[in-house]
Design a protein around this ligand. Structure first.
Ligand code: F6R
Length: 607
């Protein structure tokens, strides 16, 4: 989730305007940044690794000349944070500059072709193929806008781009597919950006580009075209009524809610990560005699679900371990035959780093899944996969949890294939089902948010809540509880449902809320028994059930329906979403700030 910006001004220098806009977009990414402008037949560019203020303090981003330019603030996906990997990217002749947000899935094959025909690359990013492809099309006679359109047909994946060229110095061409892009209009001065906050202090007139549209910005105004056909398109200009603070949250009241709603997008991005790394990671896990999944908090819950996935479809015994317990529990048996997969959103959690440093010293293979490229985990791991969630600002992990689950599910499928535990048609079907999850989450969000708000209004003043599930959804209920604890400060329990009768049932009394995560599948009939046990003691039964559920629905006081027949190993990805919303609205009802829970930090760098 990077931030892009471009502007054409009627007067004054573009560079300080770009710099200020990038600062306002820094919440979308902040590991490197850069700007490019055009003036008097030349392209001027400055970029570096670091936060914008650091870069500006030694490069002075404001002194590039010209009234037109583009800028970028980066959140690394392909290629670690570095000066070379910072945007803008240019063609071989330094005449075309491009800023890009998104992921080009087929960049390796495009790059190979370009290199064969003599193009020189300076970075390890997916984005750099774009200016080189544009260079080829313009060399063959296309104008800049047509070249961008042609290039877009070659790109697989997601992109929002802004392109400038010395050969057509009076225009910015921008285009989007699956990544956001909005045009700001202030008289004859025009802006393009990933998000409204970039230009909101300058204008509240905005044109939101639709999927597969491109725009041509010149001093004469904006024109919009279809990216597929090149046909001109009608557009409407909206007036933004958000305050700058609201705009950063895309109009949502809190980042936590925004990030819950971002999950369809972040999951599509997580699904885009590259096959090669899955292959390498699966090979390492497959050849290990012991496999450990190590993490803290929410990331540990992702590991717990992954242990079920690995066992169910790949027949691998992987132990999920809280990082803070890892050395004490398994320190004596670690050796070079072990594989340790560390999962960490930040890549900097001290307990997780200590665990993998220790394992590495014992000779174990270290693997990593993280949201922060360039973080310590990426440096300690022999193979790592980036989950591509973009920055998560709410302290409570939401979109990064479901993205971890998607990456782990893809890894489980790869392992199952490698070990011959699923047939090619089974694997194909699972992959298809996984690709459908973002859309299922879209539906969950649109159909159930009101209901979850209502449940929070009903239960907000309870002194405790219990979450129960079975099988892989033990991970889901643990995560549901953690969300409620950390943002609404309600002491809550979460258990495998079968365990509840061994102790925790003692606290159940009339009206005590018990939330069951109960999709169909292996555990269905058993969970009905657990519901009956709780009901017999007067509990209020709230259940997350399938849409065509017949039995559980009749036993509940409240239920939330989710699409039927999601493969069991993927159910946590969908079923956790209502629990995130429940925790959020419980926090709101209780008057706490879900974005900044007391006593917690986003990244815990002490043991
Ligand atoms: C909970 C939460 C924490 C983190 C934990 C690990 O909402 O955010 O429990 O999951 O501190 O953090 P990472 O994944 O950065 O290692």
């Amino acid at each position: 989730m990077c931030g892009i910006f471009g502007c054409i001004l009627t007067e004054g220098k573009a560079a300080p305007v770009i710099h200020a806009a990038l600062k306002r977009l820094e919440y979308r990414g902040y590991d490197s940044a850069g700007e490019a402008t055009i003036y008097d037949g030349h392209l001027y560019m400055k970029k570096d690794v670091g936060k914008i203020d650091q870069i500006h303090s030694h490069l002075n981003l404001d002194d590039l000349p010209g009234k037109l330019g583009v800028g970028h603030t980066r959140w690394a996906t392909h290629g670690a944070p570095s000066k070379e990997n910072a945007h803008p990217f240019v063609d071989c002749k330094d005449r075309i500059a491009v800023v890009h947000n998104g992921i080009i899935e087929n960049f390796l094959e495009l790059r190979e072709g370009l290199e064969k025909s003599g193009h020189i690359f300076k970075s390890r990013t997916d984005s750099e193929v774009i200016p080189h492809l544009i260079e080829d099309f313009t060399a063959k006679g296309s104008n800049l806008a047509e070249a961008v359109r042609q290039v877009s047909q070659k790109l697989k994946g997601s992109f929002a781009i802004a392109v400038i060229s010395v050969d057509e110095p009076d225009k910015i061409v921008c285009a989007r597919r699956e990544s956001p892009l909005v045009i700001g209009i202030q008289g004859k001065s025009l802006y393009c950006a990933s998000d409204v906050p970039a230009f909101l202090p300058l204008t509240n007139k905005a044109l939101f580009l639709e999927e597969n549209e491109m725009a041509l910005l010149t001093a004469k105004g904006v024109k919009v075209f279809s990216l597929k056909t090149g046909e001109s398109k009608h557009f409407e200009i909206s007036t933004i009524t958000w305050s700058p603070e609201m705009a950063k949250k895309s109009g949502y009241r809190h980042f936590m809610l925004k990030e819950i709603h971002e999950q369809p997008l972040s999951l599509r991005n997580a699904l885009r990560t590259q096959e090669l790394y899955y292959d390498l990671m699966a090979a390492t896990i497959n050849s290990a005699s012991r496999v450990f999944l190590v993490a803290c908090g929410t990331s540990y819950h992702a590991c717990l679900a992954a242990a079920y996935m690995f066992s169910k479809i790949a027949h691998i015994d992987a132990k999920s371990v809280e990082a803070s317990e890892f050395i004490e529990h398994y320190g004596t048996i670690l050796d070079r035959n072990c594989a340790v997969l560390a999962v960490s959103q930040s890549g900097e959690t001290a307990d997780t780093l200590t665990a993998i440093r220790f394992a590495k010293e014992c000779g174990a293979s270290i693997l990593g899944i993280t949201n922060v490229m360039g973080s310590t985990i990426t440096r300690l791991s022999s193979v790592y996969i980036g989950q591509n969630s973009g920055p998560e600002i709410g302290v409570a992990a939401t979109k990064t949890f479901t993205a971890q689950l998607v990456v782990l599910a893809k890894l489980a499928i790869k392992l199952a294939e490698k070990r011959g535990k699923i047939t090619p048609p089974e694997s194909k079907l699972l992959k298809k089902n996984l690709i459908e999850i973002p859309e299922i989450i879209e539906t969950i969000l649109s159909e159930n948010e009101g209901k979850l708000k209502h449940l929070a209004e009903k239960y907000w003043n309870r002194s405790s809540v219990c979450f129960l599930g079975r099988g892989i959804n033990v991970a889901t209920v643990l995560e549901g509880r953690l969300k409620l604890l950390e943002v609404a400060y309600i002491p809550a329990l979460a258990y495998p449902a079968g365990e509840s009768k061994h102790g925790s049932i003692a606290i159940v009394e009339k009206g005590y809320p018990v939330i069951f995560v109960s999709p169909g599948g292996n555990a269905y009939s058993k969970i009905i028994g657990n519901i009956m046990e709780m009901k017999a003691r007067g509990a209020d039964i709230l259940a997350l059930i399938e849409k065509d559920d017949k039995e559980i629905k009749k036993l509940t006081d409240e239920y939330v329906e989710i699409q039927s027949n999601i493969p069991e190993i993927f159910t946590p990805i969908a079923y956790v979403v209502p629990l995130q919303l429940f925790a959020y609205y419980m926090a709101i009802e209780r008057g706490s700030d879900p974005d900044k829970p007391r006593n917690l930090a986003k990244s815990v760098t002490v043991e």
